[in-house]
Design a binder for this molecule. Structure first.
Ligand code: DGL
Length: 267
């Protein structure tokens, strides 16, 4: 399959979480053509087994590969922590593979901290992926992590903030006296404000979107695959695996405007 700078970037997550990574791609690389896939039928991935996550994420990766993407962005920590090796094994010779964990864990920002907190889905926490990877690069760091299983489903379903806030408070009360916080689930990026407020802005929130997308941009440029042609006439495409959820559609339109294609595909 022939890929070129004009080929799209494929991004996937279980639902709306990866939309913020897709948005950052559009901010840092406005000419890029995007195809997004949210596996809304199977959300939440955080409660699924490793086998399930591998099987489904392989299907999505193949779907995006068939759409002739030049790169795949795994915008889901639960997938990246459980299925990255296999996805890389199958596709790395064909297209570029990016994920939301590796660029973050090796980022030098960790040199500025002594103790960090991580919140993530049960699937990510049980993989122990973050602790293993961060400790490999930064031995000095004290890392405390907790699973926060209620958060991703309520964010996906658009529960009101006033109902989410007590849940956040309850979880974060287990993570006091930290210097920095890593939101290790892309859905939680929608809660940045609330989390900063909880810590009275005294805890540094690591800017995952920026770090991940900078890496994507650098690699695309290195491989001469960055798109310099304005592709304003090509609207981003958003696929879901169930009929398009109202809240998903709303979030897409808030972030990307009305000139988008929303489609569902049942595979
Ligand atoms: N957004 C996903 C993550 O980064 C998972 C949410 C879920 O489906 O549980 O882990």
């Amino acid at each position: 399959m022939k890929i070129s700078p004009l080929s799209p970037i494929g991004i996937f997550d279980s639902g709306i979480g990866g939309l913020l990574i897709a948005k950052e791609i559009k901010i840092q690389m406005p000419n890029e053509d995007l195809i997004y896939f949210g596996d809304t039928k199977n959300m939440p991935y955080g409660e699924k087994s490793k086998e399930f996550i591998i099987k489904n994420s392989m299907k999505i990766a193949s779907f995006l590969y068939e759409k002739k993407c030049k790169a795949l962005v795994i915008a889901c920590n639960s997938i990246a922590s459980n299925a990255l090796d296999l996805i890389q094994k199958k596709f790395h010779k064909k297209i570029l593979i990016f994920n939301v964990i590796d660029p973050v864990v090796k980022n030098s920002i960790f040199l500025s901290f002594n103790k960090i907190g991580i919140i993530a889905t049960p699937a990510t926490i049980h993989s122990n992926c973050y602790i293993k990877k961060i400790k490999k690069y930064y031995h000095h760091l004290d890392v405390v992590q907790i699973a926060t299983p209620l958060l991703a489903p309520i964010i996906e379903n658009g529960l009101e903030m006033k109902k989410i806030n007590p849940i956040i408070k309850n979880y974060l009360s287990h993570l006091k006296s930290i210097d920095a916080m890593l939101l290790a689930c892309t859905h939680y990026l929608f809660l940045k404000q609330e989390i900063e407020n909880f810590y009275h802005r005294k805890v540094h929130l690591i800017d995952i979107q920026k770090i991940v997308v900078q890496e994507i941009k650098e690699k695309l440029s290195e491989k001469k695959l960055l798109c310099f042609h304005p592709t304003w006439n090509r609207c981003p495409i958003f696929y879901t695996s169930s009929s398009i959820p109202i809240f998903f559609e709303k979030k897409v339109q808030i972030l990307f405007g009305k000139k988008v294609f929303l489609k569902n595909t049942y595979f």
